[in-house]
Ligand binder design. Structure first.
Ligand code: HEC
Length: 142
């Protein structure tokens, strides 16, 4: 029963995706697009690492990774690159704002985790991925 339900949901999600993709297409130079993708894969890696650390009870370490890889400390990585290789300036303002809010949320999470409080840190975990979801459901680059 459970398998059938999951199968039906996957099918439904597939249909919705194909028929109803209302995301805004954002045009970027190829170099900026490549830089964005590299950064995105690093984001996913960081989320995975943070989840693993929280699960293992390594709360302050999880906060350190969040700040370094996703928080304010992770901003400006492309600043020294040529304009065409920087994703940020090619984003519409609203998209860029979601990105900034994501960095802010990660730094806020890092502060909670720095306390070493496991329960509060677990409660704060979803704030790490809200920005990812908000941007991915609103924008695409191809
Ligand atoms: C400001 C917008 C924005 C935010 C915030 C954002 N992403 Fe992305 N992400 C994108 C866009 C745009 C793409 C490319 C989508 C496409 O192919 O059209 C992308 C692609 C990706 C990819 C695929 C990379 C590849 O190699 O193709 C991964 C993985 C990813 N994002 C993970 C994340 C994670 C995890 C977070 C949160 C920590 C996140 N993203 C936050 C905009 C964003």
């Amino acid at each position: 029963m459970k398998t059938i339900l999951i199968g039906a949901l996957a099918l439904l999600a597939g249909t919705l995706h194909a028929a109803d993709d209302g995301r805004q297409l954002v045009a970027m130079p190829a170099a900026a697009e490549a830089a964005l993708r590299v950064e995105m894969r690093a984001n996913l890696l960081a989320i995975n690492e943070i989840l693993g650390l929280v699960a293992a009870g390594k709360i302050t370490e999880a906060g350190e990774v969040a700040e370094k890889e996703l928080g304010h400390s992770a901003m400006g990585k492309h600043r020294s690159q040529p304009f065409d290789a920087r994703p940020g300036p090619h984003m519409p303002a609203a998209m860029h704002a979601i990105g900034m809010e994501g960095h802010q949320a990660a730094s806020d999470f890092a502060r909670v985790a720095a306390s070493g409080d496991r329960d509060k840190t677990i409660t704060a975990l979803p704030s790490l991925t809200s920005g990812c979801v908000a941007c991915h459901y609103a924008y695409r680059i191809r």
